[in-house]
Design a protein around this ligand. Structure first.
Ligand SMILES: [Zn+2]
Length: 433
């Protein structure tokens, strides 16, 4: 018998606490139904625990050392410019709106995502199956799409079924355009409309279904307050898929399921400007900070090095730990002393830091924020008073992982794609291309 088809549901920024509350509270019947039928555990994200890095890791089954997406904002050494994927509207303006939109919509997949990584869509379709992607920012496939907006004339390459905020659509579904009101949940409403269309037609073998509005609420209201605004809407977007199959049992008869978030969130009270702390090195470095992580890049003729920068951050209250390479060794500097990453108490710290530093697009110095702190972005924006993520701490790094009909015991978000491919009997080819 061929393997069941599979659906991957990614709820951006939903912490394990939030998922466990949702499954038990009665407020989220679709999540509760799936939880009651699945194997649940807490797993770990990657570092930095920021959405472009995390979704690339989920879609490729590999860390940033393989897929090369380093952060929400980073320094492109070959092009000597900042790449900004959307820390805030102000940050986009500083980096240049047109360039930033091109980087986010096209270049992240077309240029920045390493050809050495294989997306789950590429692997599934290489095996003759049909992959579908809804709104997920790591979407690389082999089918060419022109945008739905006639004045945008650049093509993108996605899976056979591809829906990206209404800008790219493989099929006419009647779904309303996604980017109308984030606060009112229009993005997930778009995803749900497309998801209903896809499940009603059973129009895929593998579907990646990405819901982003929960994270947006958690940034505004904090991880403890996001439920009040977004939990019911997130649940409704999942319930839509179940209903489209004829109910929860019919859905599970047809599909294996992985449900996960990409990262957690923690409450933040204060924001720091790392550029100010490192101001005396301004001519020698580029600081790319956003949310709760930063990458510091040395300019080609810099008269400083990563060790001196790390020492300059000694005593800075917003910094938990800095990470750098000395030869092949990872140095984790904390409380004014160099140590090893495997001495950090953070989940899976040594492997996550190693993968972050081995990314050729990473800065020479990585900075992980202390609890309660955020680093202001290029536009000076932050989420103080709300929620944020990006650091190595457990709250940012721990995710809910639920599997139904998938045998592999997934413990990290990088293990999702290999588990899906193993489910289909497709070779795991993270480094094959
Ligand atoms: Zn976020």
């Amino acid at each position: 018998m061929p393997a069941k088809k599979a659906v991957l549901i990614v709820v951006d920024g939903m912490t394990p606490d939030a998922f466990e509350r949702a499954a038990e509270s009665g407020r989220a019947p679709a999540l509760a139904f799936l939880a009651a039928n699945g194997d649940y555990r807490r797993g770990t994200s990657v570092f930095p625990s920021l959405t472009p890095v995390c979704l690339s890791s989920i879609a490729t089954g590999a860390g940033p050392d393989v897929h090369h997406i380093p952060h929400l904002v980073w320094w492109h050494r070959a092009e000597q410019r900042i790449v900004e994927y959307g820390s805030s509207f102000s940050a986009l303006r500083v980096a240049g709106i047109t360039q930033s939109l091109t980087d986010t919509i096209y270049n992240m997949n077309g240029e920045h995502l390493s050809r050495g990584a294989t997306t789950v869509y590429e692997a599934v379709e290489d095996a003759g199956l049909v992959a579908a992607a809804v709104n997920i920012t790591c979407y690389r496939g082999t089918t060419r799409y022109m945008p739905t907006l006639p004045w945008v004339t650049k093509a993108a390459y996605g899976p056979k079924r591809f829906f990206y905020y209404g800008l790219f659509e493989s099929d006419h579904t009647g779904a309303p355009f996604a980017v109308r009101s984030r606060a009112a949940g229009s993005t997930d409403a778009y995803a749900a409309a497309v998801g209903r269309w896809l499940v009603t037609r059973d129009g895929f073998d593998f579907l990646a279904y990405y819901l982003s509005d929960y994270d947006y609420s958690s940034h505004l209201h904090g991880p403890a307050g996001a439920d009040d605004v977004s939990l019911e809407r997130t649940d409704a977007a999942v319930q839509t898929l179940l209903d489209a199959a004829g109910g929860g049992d019919a859905f599970l008869d047809r599909y294996a399921v992985v449900l996960a978030s990409d990262h957690g969130q923690t409450h933040v009270e204060r924001a720091a400007q790392l550029e100010a702390t490192l101001a005396r090195f301004a001519d020698d470095i580029v600081v790319c900070a956003s949310n709760r992580a930063a990458q510091v890049y040395l300019r080609p003729d810099a008269r400083t090095d990563a060790e001196e920068l790390a020492r300059a951050l000694d005593g800075e209250p917003s910094v938990d730990v800095t990470l750098r390479l000395a030869g092949h060794d990872v140095v984790a500097r904390r409380d004014g002393a160099d140590g090893r990453a495997d001495e950090l108490e953070h989940p899976d710290a040594a492997a996550r830091v190693q993968a972050a530093l081995a990314n050729p697009n990473a800065g020479e110095l990585l900075v992980s924020a202390a609890a309660g702190w955020e680093f202001a972005d290029l536009g000076g924006r932050h989420h103080a008073g709300g929620g944020s993520h990006g650091s190595l701490v457990a709250g940012d790094s721990t995710v809910p992982l639920l599997t139904i009909g998938i045998d592999a015991p997934i413990a990290r978000i990088t293990e999702i794609a290999p588990a899906v491919l193993a489910h289909f009997g497709v070779g795991v080819t993270a480094d094959a291309r």
